[in-house]
Each structure stands twice: as C-alpha cells, then as structure tokens.
Write a protein that binds this ligand. Structure first.
Ligand SMILES: [Fe+2]
Length: 295
C-alpha cells in the first residue's frame, strides 16, 4: 500500500490512507508521514485499532518520547495506565469516570482552553498522537487552529511589534483562568513558569507561527494586564473559524498534530460517561529561547 494524504481543510489537516499502525512502519512511510506533518500540521488516521505499545512504537518514528512528569496533579499511585502513554481520559484507576469534584478532573478541564501541548516545559513537545479508545456520546470534539496562517494574516505593525517577544508559560496560568488556584508547595515548584518565544519558526520549511497557549500569562518587559490584553487579542485572531478544523471523533481514530504549528482544545462533553483518549507525545529537541529564572 502507498501512503496517500487527502486535505480536509483549505489551510491544513490531511487524512492519511494506506497505512496500518498495528504494524511497524517502513522508513519510506515514516518519511512520508513526517513530510505530511510538516506540510499539513495535523494528520488524521481512521480505523486504527491499536494498543498502547503500537501507538508508542509509531510515535517513536518521529523522535524521543516526552517525559510526562510535571504535567499533572494526579499522583503516580493513582495512575490508570502504566504503558507510557499519557492518560487523557476522564477515568480513574477503577475505570469509571472521575467524580465531578475530583481534583484531577478539575485540573484536566484546562484542556478545554486553547493550548499547545507542553508549552509549560522548557523544551516543549514536537508531536502529539491521540488515539480514541472510547468516544464520549456527547461533545468532546477536538479543535485545531493553524498558527502559521494566524501569523501570516497579522498586519505588518503587529508582526514587527511581537517579533522578539518572550512569554512566560505555566500550567497555573491556564488552570487559574478556570478558577483552579490551590496548589501544594511542591506543585508550585513543579509548575513554575518557563520562557517561550511568541513567534517561532519551523525547522524544516521555515514558516513562522504564533506560539500561543493558554499557559502563557505574561510577556517579558510588559505589565501583566498589558501582556494579557495583547495575548487575548492574538488568541482571538488565531482562532477565527477560517483557521480552525473541528475533529469529530470516531472509535479508533488517531489524530497527530504538530505543537509547533498548531493550537488545540477539547470541547465540553458528558463527564458522567467515559471518554478514553490516550496520547503519545514526541519530545521537542530544543527550547524556543534560552531559559533564565522566570519570576
Ligand atoms: Fe492538549
């Protein structure tokens, strides 16, 4: 079979056919998919009934696995999955939906805000690969925004203004926006802000992207309110309908996105019913800017 990619949106997103992710990928196929990712930034694979191990093996074609520590308030002993994939479900260790007032559930609601995975880490993620194992009956679409197109359509004055800006990103900023404010001292230490450029350039094709995320809460050299007004404006611009693709999940879909070129968010769903989504994350290879102690 030969890999084919069909566009699903005028700006980005392709659907891949001719590949079976339960089997190891040949080098030509891996190259074709990586080139497809560079171009489309989001790729959709349908009807891929894979195990965690197969998902991780597929992800490994594109780089190292990202260490998931420091990205959650869930305790290690409460983990439902031990395979190495990130658990992005609404399920507890008992396999049942987490109670509405469960702390991990409340923290995870931050995924409903536009973000780029791991922008709160000094070296943020390259690709994320999300596999649908149980689809929620109501809502739960994932939306993606093309941050290259968002950058390209800024006026020249704004592009000049933001060219060298550095933002501070922290999980406490995105969660704080939802009113989640209680952290232990250990968590405050774990979630302390990191620095990211506001404009980044793709290492292969060189297109620039707006590197936004709801984790971004301040900009170096600006007051916080001034920075947040600018970030809000940029987010509003970047998530206009013409830049957004909405993915409605079917069982065994796998969607893969480039966090360097896109943002995403999940929409509300029925929290009393299961939604089992599992993510393999490919680590980035460099920080977007040299880190220094952020206040
Ligand atoms: Fe995410």
């Amino acid at each position: 079979m030969t890999i084919q990619i069909t566009p699903l949106h005028p700006l980005f997103v392709g659907e891949v056919s001719g590949v079976d992710l339960t089997r190891p990928l040949g080098p030509d196929d891996a190259r074709a998919i990586e080139a497809g990712m560079d171009h489309y930034a989001v790729l959709v694979f349908r009807r891929q009934d894979i195990t965690d191990e197969q998902q991780l093996a597929f992800a490994r074609n594109f780089g190292e696995r990202e260490d998931s520590r420091g990205g959650s308030v869930a305790k290690k002993e409460d983990a439902r999955l031990t395979s190495g994939v990130n658990d992005v479900s609404n399920l507890g260790k008992d396999g049942k939906p987490l109670p509405k007032d469960d702390r991990t559930h409340l923290f995870n609601l931050g995924n409903c805000l536009w973000h780029s995975d791991s922008s709160f880490r000094p070296i943020p993620a390259k690709f994320s690969l999300l596999s649908a194992r149980v689809v929620n009956p109501k809502g739960g679409n994932t939306e993606f925004a093309d941050m290259r197109a968002a950058y390209d359509t800024l006026d020249d004055e704004t592009r000049d203004e933001i060219a060298d800006m550095i933002c501070e990103h922290s999980l406490m900023t995105s969660r704080g926006a939802l009113g989640f404010l209680d952290y232990s001292d250990e968590e405050k230490q774990m979630f302390k802000p990191v620095l990211q450029r506001l404009v980044r350039q793709h290492p292969v094709h060189g297109r620039k992207s707006l590197y936004l995320s709801s984790h971004a809460g301040s900009i170096q050299g600006m007051t916080v309110p001034e920075a947040r007004v600018l970030l809000r404006d940029l987010n509003e611009h970047a998530t206009q309908p013409q830049f957004v693709y909405v993915h409605k999940w079917s069982l065994h879909d796998l969607v893969m996105w480039d966090n360097r070129q896109t943002m995403h968010r999940v929409r509300r769903y029925d929290a009393s019913q299961p939604r089992d989504m599992r993510r393999a994350t490919v680590a980035g290879d460099a920080p977007t800017v040299q880190q220094q102690a952020a206040e």
